[in-house]
Design a protein around this ligand. Structure first.
Ligand code: KIV
Length: 275
């Protein structure tokens, strides 16, 4: 008898239902960010389950210090580029700061713009109880919502630091209540960022929807990393949860230096490289 094929291997197109099924079967969900066509194509063909067009684009694509400055138009541009590349993964788009916290009608218009103008499959929003009216309204329009709790970078000026969240009992308790609330309201999954592994495990065990961690330990239903961080394109950001799979910064820099050398020494182009 051959080995039983994993469920995710049989999936032609990842949907929110596929993610629920993966949680039920105990198969881990792999998620990465992408912001452009070329890299989205590579990671989709490598069979990543979920692509997040994260507002981390504000940092790694635009060079801002925080995720606050990126606009809805910027996110729509990135998301539409990613969607054009993707055949298999579920594409989730971050709603940028200031497009859903004000009121739920504005939140719905922002989410509708994302869905209509990009062709993405879902949106992600940071926060719990405080944004629940917006989450409800977006869900009622048939738009799937992924929650995001723990360290929520759009609130960095409230926290004042990027340290681990929910270490104390009161904050952990609020996080668990928010997670239940997001599930009850109808979110299809939750990202849990930079919280103690024990808390990550508790939330993943208690919730029926998938809990995807970034610095939330191993006992959650899946993991997400920022693509530019795990590829080693960015160098300055080194939190404990980050595993670097490559040092692309060095590789790209080496290739560029070799090219400059070849141009300056008249080695490039050679005879075969011209008409
Ligand atoms: O914007 C982003 O990249 C994110 C991940 C860190 C989860 O929200």
């Amino acid at each position: 008898m051959g080995e039983k094929m994993s469920f995710y291997k049989q999936v032609k197109r990842v949907t929110t239902h596929v993610l629920h099924e993966m949680k039920l079967r105990g198969e881990k969900i792999a998620m990465l960010t992408a912001y452009d066509y070329s890299l989205a194509r590579i990671i989709d063909e490598a069979e990543i389950d979920v692509i997040l067009v994260g507002d981390s684009a504000s940092n790694v694509m635009a060079g801002f210090e925080t995720t606050l400055p990126i606009t809805l138009d910027n996110m729509i541009y990135h998301a539409a580029s990613v969607v054009r590349a993707v055949k298999r993964a579920l594409v989730v788009v971050d709603m940028p700061f200031g497009t859903y916290q004000g009121n739920s009608k504005e939140a719905l218009s922002s989410a509708i713009r994302i869905m209509k103008e990009t062709g993405a499959h879902a949106v992600k929003m940071e926060g719990g109880r405080e944004i629940i009216e917006s989450v409800e309204r977006i869900l009622s329009a048939g738009i799937p919502v992924m929650g995001h709790l723990g360290l929520t970078p759009q609130s960095i000026h409230k926290f004042g630091t990027y340290v681990v969240r929910a270490r104390d009992e009161a904050e952990a308790q609020k996080l668990v209540e928010d997670a239940y609330l997001l599930e009850k309201t109808g979110c299809f999954a939750i990202v849990l960022e930079k919280v103690p592994a024990q808390l990550g495990a508790k939330v993943a065990k208690e919730l029926k929807i998938p809990v995807i961690g970034i610095g939330a330990g191993a006992e959650v239903d899946g993991q997400v990393l920022v693509l530019h961080d795990m590829l080693g394109i960015t160098q300055e950001f080194s939190p404990r949860f980050l595993r670097r799979y490559h040092n692309l910064y060095e590789e790209i820099s080496g290739a560029v230096k070799a090219y400059i050398h070849d141009v300056r020494t008249l080695d490039f182009p050679n005879e075969k490289e011209q008409y």
